[in-house]
Design a protein around this ligand. Sequence first.
Ligand SMILES: Cc1cc2nc3c(=O)[nH]c(=O)nc-3n(C[C@H](O)[C@H](O)[C@H](O)COP(=O)(O)O)c2cc1C
Length: 201
Amino acid sequence: MSNNVLAIYNSLMGENGNSTALVKQFVQDWQHKHPNSEVTSRDLVQNALPHLSLAEMGAWMTPAEQRNEEQQQLAALSDNLIKELLAHDVIVIGMPLYNFGISSQFKAWLDRIARAGVTFKYTETGPVGLVSGKKVYVLAARGGLYQGTDKDTQTKYLQDFFNFIGISEIEFVYAEALAMGDDSKQQALAAAKQQIQQKIA
Ligand SMILES: Cc1cc2nc3c(=O)[nH]c(=O)nc-3n(C[C@H](O)[C@H](O)[C@H](O)COP(=O)(O)O)c2cc1C
């Protein structure tokens, strides 16, 4: 396993996002621990993907050599994102909670990396994930308190999604109560950063 990291940013607030700060902390700690590791950054807000469409799925289902120019461009979106995912063994994801769920930008990324016959396949005994040897870290930033309750729509969803494509090693760090006063925000961010450090150490 290499130590190369795909760092996924996903905050509407950009550089001021709390999840952005957590991912940056992760990358800094990771590079300190693994000085030769390479880090690729992908900002899903700055480089937002369109919603998945029938035309794009049609391009996936058309054999590569038969795709017209538009289909080639459409298929390249997902092809390149999957290639990027497969090229890294560690995926760290900033995960804001927006309106009780993941961001629509992040959903658009998930919609590109779940590809039948490429990242998963269906067999007689059910679906089989085709992505192996990866570890995912999810760094969650939330205004309120959700962890461990059934209002946390992110944890199980992301576990299910990544398990489905073959990634079973997935760890979460939560910074919660970020909108519940400055003290609680500072405490939550400091605790989350400490947890990140511990996970990397
Ligand atoms: C559009 C929007 C919707 C939000 N919805 C929720 C929510 O449903 N529950 C919650 O606890 N916090 C909510 N928040 C607060 C964010 O979870 C919080 O600001 C967190 O820091 C987001 O991550 P970010 O700073 O990396 O963008 C919302 C914030 C925004 C901007």
